[in-house]
Design a protein around this ligand. Structure first.
Ligand SMILES: C[S@@+](CC[C@H](N)C(=O)[O-])C[C@H]1O[C@@H](n2cnc3c(N)ncnc32)[C@H](O)[C@@H]1O
Length: 386
């Protein structure tokens, strides 16, 4: 007898039989478990098995060097606003190929003391991408220094005398963090879960039991049938960062303290809707069809991140639209300066990159920037209107 055919779209997904076996043994999966396994499984997870940048999606730093340069100058200005400490923790969450940080460090050479003071920490789960980051960043660090890698922010060194304040950047990191989805039913909210389809081998959506209203505070008002999302991992991360950034003690520059710049696609205020999405080979895909082979993300609820940070005593500025943020930091001027020394084709590519980053119909409106910092601190550059 020949084996049954592979389910459509699942060809080459070694994770599918593992997930099916787990569901048979333990029952349906919540979305956080599903996302964590699909993205982070050490052998078959999406990020463990490939470098998806340029293949499934292109991120802002890969579109234009100016993105990382402007972020670098923003970090230098924040370092100066903190009193130019002799040592600080420069952290990036999910650095991809290291392109953003490389462009940032190159731009920051305008102020050499910044690079001398920085101790670079990278939070990255993919061994493959860690290697790219090492290759991109090692030549830019002062002699004898190297970056340190972390699985999560939990292992970052403490601030104050040991590590100095924190300056952190995260571009397209929060969208990869697990969310839960709930559907409004006549009986209340019910969690969306992933179980097995009737064939017993492919995955299918289902609903858990209706939950008491008090179990889910903070979900938006909704009509039966509507979906709402809860990004608890993102909120917890924003709260953890906020506790460090808020610093301690009186004065304009608290001990510890620092700033975080979060850039991503998302929305504010919080609202209902299904933003869970899969990209496979550069195209939208069914998120349940080929686990581990597609990138899974959800739009970031910026209002929820800001609220989580403020609840821990930090200030949240923004979000502001990415287009407005980059323009305020000098996108047009930098493109003009680079174009003056460039051949015509290069100048056209620079202008096209800038349009892609900033135009409202491209990334300029959907992508947003949120800054977290010490309570009461004046708005940083790019956030003056927020
Ligand atoms: C969409 S890529 C963005 C890369 C880069 N920031 C850029 O803009 O090009 C997401 C990055 O976060 C990393 N990542 C995703 N989830 C992670 C997690 N839970 N812990 C650590 N790194 C993670 C990925 O390996 C990758 O480097």
């Amino acid at each position: 007898m020949s084996p049954p055919p592979e389910p459509a779209g699942a060809a080459g997904s070694p994770l599918l039989p593992l997930l099916a076996a787990r569901i048979r043994a333990q029952g349906p999966l919540g979305l956080p478990e599903y996302m964590a396994l699909c993205l982070g499984h050490p052998r078959h997870g999406y990020y463990a098995t490939r470098d998806p940048l340029g293949r499934d999606f292109v991120t802002a730093p890969e579109i234009s060097q100016v993105f990382g340069e402007l972020v670098g100058l923003w970090l230098v200005e924040r370092w100066q606003a903190l009193g130019s400490p002799a040592r600080f923790r420069l952290v990036e969450l999910g650095p991809g190929r290291g392109t953003l940080m490389a462009d940032a460090l190159r731009a920051a050479r305008l102020v050499p003391a910044f690079g001398e003071a920085a101790r670079l920490h990278l939070v990255e789960s993919s061994p493959l991408l860690r290697r790219s980051q090492e290759a991109a960043l090692a030549p830019l660090l002062p002699a004898g220094r190297s970056a340190r890698w972390h699985e999560s922010i939990e292992t970052l060194p403490e601030g104050d005398a040991k590590g100095g304040p924190l300056l952190l950047v995260a571009n397209e990191f929060f969208d990869a963090l697990p969310i839960r989805q709930y559907q409004r039913t006549e009986q209340g909210w019910a969690e969306r879960q992933i179980g097995l389809a009737e064939d017993g081998r492919t995955l299918a959506w289902g609903l858990g039991p209706a939950l008491p209203e008090a179990a889910l505070p903070g979900l938006p008002a909704a009509e039966p049938g509507e979906l709402a999302e809860l990004g608890l991992a993102g909120r917890r991360l924003a709260a953890t960062l906020a506790r460090q950034l808020a610093g301690e003690g009186p004065g304009p520059i608290p001990k510890g303290g620092g700033w975080a710049l979060i850039l991503d696609y998302g929305y504010a205020p919080s609202r209902t809707g299904d933003t869970f999405q899969a990209l496979q080979d550069g195209r939208p895909a069914d998120p349940l069809a080929a686990p581990g082979r597609a990138d899974l993300t959800a739009h970031v609820d910026f209002a929820a991140l800001a609220a989580a940070a403020e609840a821990e005593g930090a200030a949240a500025r923004g979000p502001v639209e990415q287009g407005a943020f980059l323009e305020a930091l000098g996108l047009a001027q930098r493109i003009e300066a680079l174009s003056r020394a460039a051949a015509r084709e290069q100048a056209e590519a620079l202008a096209a990159g800038a349009r892609r980053l900033a135009a409202p119909e491209a990334m300029g409106r959907l992508f947003k920037a949120l800054a977290l910092g010490p309570a009461g601190a004046p708005a940083p550059p790019g956030f003056a209107s927020a």
